[in-house]
Ligand binder design. Structure first.
Ligand SMILES: [Zn+2]
Length: 74
């Protein structure tokens, strides 16, 4: 259906974040694909500037958990 499950448990995965996973990850706020920042420890949406942390290789794609960092480069 093209819709990832981005609920409370985000994506449960035992493998590191990779390109395939990144392709299906999008900002839950504005649906923009996110990109790795902070040496691969966080994901950023460049549209609304929200930064989602990665917890034990599991991206936390929750708007409530995101921080907004407009000045973050890369
Ligand atoms: Zn966004």
């Amino acid at each position: 259906m093209g819709k990832a499950i981005l609920a409370q448990n985000a994506i449960v995965s035992s493998v590191p974040i990779d390109a395939e996973l990144l392709e299906i990850l999008a900002c839950p706020n504005c649906k923009t694909p996110v990109k790795l920042v902070k040496n691969g420890t966080a994901l950023k949406c460049e549209t609304c500037h929200r930064v989602y942390r990665i917890d034990d290789d599991i991206p936390v794609m929750l708007i409530d958990e995101a921080t907004i960092e407009p000045e973050l480069a890369g």
